[in-house]
Design a protein. Structure first.
Length: 213
């Protein structure tokens, strides 16, 4: 069993924490990112496998209550679903469950306010910046993607796709778009699925006149 801070969805949530503004950045996309990160973590731990473009659950457990909850939900489906479908499915519930798990573990504090955005504080104020710097270094670095560990590839790609870090600008994503594409593929089936889900979300928002996101 990996520690809570080693879990890919937990790391991405913590990366998104803004210590100065006491909130998480990109909350409109964070649900998608956290959901995709959970799928990627489960696939890395061999609890999910790709079956013809669909995610099939294995009879395993991770020992992490949050991840096992996501896995049970997938296993309860009457048939395997496409990865993109699972990224979008129950993303808000998944984000809330992760937030509660991190709060229970003492990694964040959450102040829930009526009619106002909640305040979210990382207990270790330096951790979000370390995670952001790590992801930015991989995206903008020159280490061959084949040598990047799968969790690091997923962390980097998903943070960039979700626009969670101010250290990675539009220019960075554009300049390193080919490397980002490689890192997204290296993240396993959940990486490309996240991009497709976010692209579909953005297209829907644009067509409704709400602008891009």
């Amino acid at each position: 069993m990996r520690s809570v801070t080693e879990s890919l969805p937990a790391q991405l949530f913590l990366l998104a924490c803004d210590p100065e503004k006491e909130k998480v950045t990109g909350r409109d996309s964070l649900g998608y990112v956290v959901r995709a990160a959970a799928l990627a973590e489960l696939e890395i731990q061999d609890c999910l496998r790709d079956d013809g473009g669909k995610a099939r659950a294995r009879d395993r457990r991770t020992g992490d209550a949050f991840l096992d909850g996501v896995l049970r939900g997938i296993a309860a489906q009457p048939r395997p679903r496409r990865w993109k479908t699972l990224v979008a499915k129950e993303r808000r519930q998944t984000l809330d469950a992760l937030e509660s798990a991190l709060e229970s573990a003492g990694l964040i504090s959450v102040e829930r306010r009526t009619l106002r955005p909640r305040r979210v504080r990382a207990r270790d104020r330096e951790l979000p910046q370390r995670l952001r710097a790590q992801a930015a270094g991989i995206l903008c670095g020159d280490v061959p993607v084949s040598q990047v560990e799968p969790r690091q590839a997923a962390l980097t790609a998903m943070a960039a796709l979700g626009k969670l870090s101010p250290l990675v600008t539009w220019r960075d994503r554009h300049q390193h778009r080919h490397r980002l594409k490689e890192l997204t593929a290296a993240a396993g089936p959940a990486g490309p699925a996240l991009k497709k889900a976010l692209d579909a979300r953005n297209a829907a928002v644009a067509s409704s006149g709400g602008g891009g996101g």
